[in-house]
Design a protein around this ligand. Sequence first.
Ligand code: IPE
Ligand code: IPE
Ligand code: MG
Length: 230
Amino acid sequence: MNYGARHVAIIMDGNGRWAAARGEPRVVGHRAGLEALRRVVRAAPSLGLEYLSVYAFSTENWKRPPEEVDALMNLLVEYLRSQIDELDREHVKMLFIGDSTALPELCQEEMERAVRRTSQNTGLKLAIAMNYGGRDEIVRAVRRVLAAGLDPAALDEGSFASHLDTADLPDPDLVIRASGEMRLSNFMLWQTAYAEIYVTPQYWPDFDGAVLQQALEVFAQRERRFGGLG
Ligand code: IPE
Ligand code: IPE
Ligand code: MG
């Protein structure tokens, strides 16, 4: 099936509430969230997606207790180590957006390894947003523009976008947020200018291909105008 969305970006929210509803610690929710990611990645290509971006850790998530931050960093490593064979087999090409320089060394190593190993793959492009903030990304892009010594008059939207972390990704067609919150929480501020937004009350750990398909069915009914008359 193809719903006309090349790129879906997901705000994977609600892990903590999912766990709390079961009387479990938050980390149990984060772990269940990784299983949901696995299911959604597996379903994405058959739903016509070429690009899937997932918000895993924001520049604001450092405000959480250090134990939770540590658990999230360790879970990233665990996800990459345990899933890389399957991802590679399914031709997934991995990339990361966000400021990786602030992440623990071990995370950076696993991320680099995953990118290297899957760099020739031609299937789904999976972008994991890790220490990602839309504002931080824009500031880092401005730094790159300045460092490149670009003539101010030569800067336009296209050349600016080529300095963003998402230079190799088209803008998302659809942003999905789990767990009912109606906000972007600093996700892809530049790239979502004309994205459709779908919010579902389901917590992220309850996500699977069927929920993704429901979102895409709604997306396919939307009238996108891009400022014109449709
Ligand atoms: C999303 O779930 C995962 C991250 C933000 C890292 P949360 O941890 O935000 O879960 P809630 O929103 O507290 O339920
Ligand atoms: C957004 O969720 C960030 C990620 C899913 C990684 P948060 O739980 O951090 O967002 P807020 O704090 O509810 O806006
Ligand atoms: Mg949350």
